[in-house]
Design a protein around this ligand. Structure first.
Ligand SMILES: CC(C)(COP(=O)(O)OP(=O)(O)OC[C@H]1O[C@@H](n2cnc3c(N)ncnc32)[C@H](O)[C@@H]1OP(=O)(O)O)[C@@H](O)C(=O)NCCC(=O)NCCS
Length: 304
């Protein structure tokens, strides 16, 4: 095969920032869609890039794309600017030749060169060692699962509202008290919609008990057409199961999902099922400037 980029090649890697060229970007996005799309889910080809999202790819000499990925800028509330890389993919027939690794390596170098103080990635179990060798630290696994909890009769005093319509200060005190539970990063100091730009992006709702400035617990919930996902929970550990039951009751008929970032929650023995059960995604961080404790917990790669 005539390729500029081959496994462990000493030749320079051809990497292009197609985010600058709308037509090329579409090409990379449909390449990525051809690998990640699943029946019954909206196509990734409908993804509408947000602001300065970038697409990266490796090409053969004839121009055919052989590896692709997406990059999104990410600023910590402290102001530190970094990048989240995701949707790395290589067609099945070309795997295990070093292409995926070459692409990530080249993209990391390029993003750092233009100022990223940190790079975050999410990777499956089997790729963690590979990325570790590339200077990434493993910050821990996320368990993505369906929650098999009974729908509880709605308790009095449970409220829900679009997340953006409520002040977040009261909820923030709960989330700072409970680092590492089911914890989302803030984008410029605000909670934002997740998966912005992706066809399954959904409005975030907050379900809580008490008053917004004195809630006893809250759950941030993403309601999509195919499922409801609890993307964050702040409150006592032993309330989580009943909160999940209440959320289930509020959105009757839709499967209830969750991303656990705290193994303690996963160990609450809520049965795990679904296509991704046990897949084990790991949060990976590469940064000289950011200590792991300050690293974002999750972002647009929520796979919701
Ligand atoms: C993940 C993916 C991009 C890897 O691309 P690739 O070109 O095959 O990766 P590389 O050849 O650079 O592999 C680098 C290393 O990763 C590890 N690795 C890659 N695929 C692996 C697999 N299926 N099982 C175990 N280890 C694997 C190996 O350590 C490998 O090095 P080796 O071949 O010397 O053993 C590709 O398998 C893919 O497109 N998968 C589907 C999409 C996807 O799941 N993306 C990842 C989201 S987390």
């Amino acid at each position: 095969m005539n390729m500029h980029v081959t496994a462990r090649s000493k030749e320079p890697v051809e990497t292009r920032d197609h985010g600058l060229v709308a037509g090329d970007r579409r090409q990379v996005v449909s390449f990525i869609a051809s690998i990640f799309d699943r029946p019954g889910r909206p196509s990734l080809a409908q993804y509408v890039p947000v602001a300065d999202d970038r697409t990266w790819c490796l090409r053969e000499g004839n121009g055919r794309i052989v590896a692709g990925m997406l990059a999104r800028n990410w600023r910590m509330p402290s102001g530190i600017a970094g990048v989240n890389l995701g949707y790395v993919c290589v067609p099945e027939s070309l795997r295990r030749r070093g292409l995926g690794g070459e692409l990530v390596h080249a993209a990391v170098e390029r993003e750092e060169h233009v100022g990223a103080a940190f790079i975050m990635m999410w990777a499956r179990d089997y790729l963690v060692d590979f990325y570790r060798a590339m200077g990434f630290r493993d910050l821990g696994a996320e368990t993505y699962c369906d929650l098999d909890v009974p729908a509880l009769a709605s308790e009095p005093g449970i409220l829900s509202a679009p997340l953006a319509t409520l002040p977040h200060t009261g909820f923030d005190s709960l989330r700072r008290d409970r680092p590492g539970t089911i914890f989302r990063t803030l984008d410029r100091g605000c909670w934002t919609g997740i998966n912005r730009g992706f066809p399954w992006a959904s409005e975030l709702l907050i379900v809580y008990a008490g008053r917004p400035n004195h809630a006893s617990w809250y759950a941030v919930v993403a309601k999509a057409t195919s499922a409801v996902t609890i993307v964050e929970y702040g409150g006592p550990d032993d309330r989580f199961a009943s909160v999940a039951g209440s959320v289930r009751a509020l959105f009757q008929g839709l499967p209830l999902r969750c991303n656990f970032t705290d193994p303690g929650f996963a160990a609450m023995a809520l049965p795990v099922r679904g296509a991704e059960a046990g897949a084990g995604y790991h949060r990976l961080l590469r940064s000289a400037a950011l200590v792991p404790e300050a690293a974002p917990v999750t972002s647009w790669l929520d796979r919701i």
